[in-house]
Design a protein around this ligand. Structure first.
Ligand SMILES: Nc1nc2c(ncn2[C@@H]2O[C@H](COP(=O)(O)OP(=O)(O)OP(=O)(O)O)[C@@H](O)[C@H]2O)c(=O)[nH]1
Ligand SMILES: [Mg+2]
Length: 306
């Protein structure tokens, strides 16, 4: 007999989807990881780290919350950016709640206002999350807080630090208590909907984002070409795409040092993911202007979603 993967929900069980929105780099993915308690999304100091809608799933005895992390909303400069922003801006249409994340260490900006305006007419519960308050100078706290006062009038305002965890449990309790009654959408032990292959590619991209500067992080895509699972070892073959020869040279580094570093760190992260040994081989290819090519974007999984 096959046991059901998704158990029937007990009476009074709450469940639903909450979309996490905001400008690039405000800490959306760090917050999602903190709320879920697992690494759902890669994070980095470079803006536009997240390129896909990613679901993080948290199941407690009384509720199941699915947080939808999204790419940061910005003024796009190429087709990739257009797809990312489209996918973020349409991610809340069927959500049960919306969390607008802002950088609470600095006053509100026009980018925050632009996103808030698009949320004004939606009817689901909203939270205005002032993140990074650990970085906020105490003497400007009142002034910074006041700058967000009128941003999203119907939202519950909360202050958190996704980095050190302060305020995060209060936010979670508040969001969970607003969920409607509903079923388990996912098995209770699952924390993400992403396939392992996708996560492997993201782990490599994360190391590139952390090790490189300026245009390199934005010009990179990672393809996992092959995964061969052996008894004692998983072999992974990956390709890194860049747009220019100069970027390829940076990624290889002096005497291959950069590629070696990226390879080692990515392999260690993959071993943690798979709880086993990994042999990782990485190639770098130049594909001029891939971020402007509809067909390349589709191939890489950066498609418009509704
Ligand atoms: N000091 C501090 N840093 C934070 C906090 N939350 C996130 N960060 C840092 O801010 C940077 C951006 O974090 P991400 O979580 O990648 O930001 P994001 O909003 O998901 O960015 P995109 O995916 O590019 O839109 C990283 O360097 C994080 O470590 C916080 O509460 N305090
Ligand atoms: Mg992110």
């Amino acid at each position: 007999m096959n046991l059901p993967i998704v158990p029937p929900a007990p009476s009074g069980f709450r469940s639903g989807f909450a979309t996490v929105l905001g400008r690039p780099n405000v800490g959306k993915s760090t917050l999602v990881n903190r709320l879920i308690g697992e690494k759902v999304a890669i994070t980095s100091p470079t803006a536009q780290t997240t390129r896909n809608r990613l679901r993080g799933i948290l199941t407690r005895p009384e509720a199941q919350l699915i947080l939808v992390d999204t790419p940061g909303i910005h003024k796009p400069h190429h087709k990739l950016g257009e797809v990312l922003v489209h996918n973020a801006r349409t991610a809340f249409s069927s959500a049960d709640g919306v969390l607008l994340i802002v950088d609470g260490s600095v006053p509100a900006g026009t980018g925050d206002q632009f996103i808030a305006d698009s949320l004004r007419d939606i009817q689901v519960p909203q939270w205005l999350v002032l993140n990074k308050v650990d970085l906020r100078p105490a003497k400007f706290a009142a002034e910074i807080r006041a700058s967000y006062d009128r941003l999203l009038p119907r939202a519950v305002p909360l202050e958190v630090s996704a980095l050190n965890g302060s305020g995060v449990e209060d936010l979670l309790t508040s969001v969970m208590s607003h969920l409607p009654e509903g079923p388990y959408y996912y098995p209770p032990d699952l924390f993400t909907d992403q396939p392992e292959r996708f996560i492997m590619g993201e782990l490599i991209r994360e190391q590139i984002l952390r090790a490189t500067r300026e245009e390199v992080p934005h010009s990179v895509a990672v393809i996992i070409e092959r995964v061969e699972e052996g008894e004692h070892l998983t072999r992974v073959l990956a390709t890194i795409l860049v747009e220019r020869d100069t970027q390829k040279a940076i990624l290889i580094g002096k005497q291959g040092q950069m590629l070696k570093h990226i390879g080692t760190e990515s392999r260690l992260a993959m071993q943690k993911l798979l709880s086993g040994k990994v042999y990782l081989e990485i190639f770098i290819k130049v594909r001029t202007r891939w971020r402007q090519s509809e067909s390349m974007l589709r191939e890489l999984g950066y498609r418009r979603e509704d």
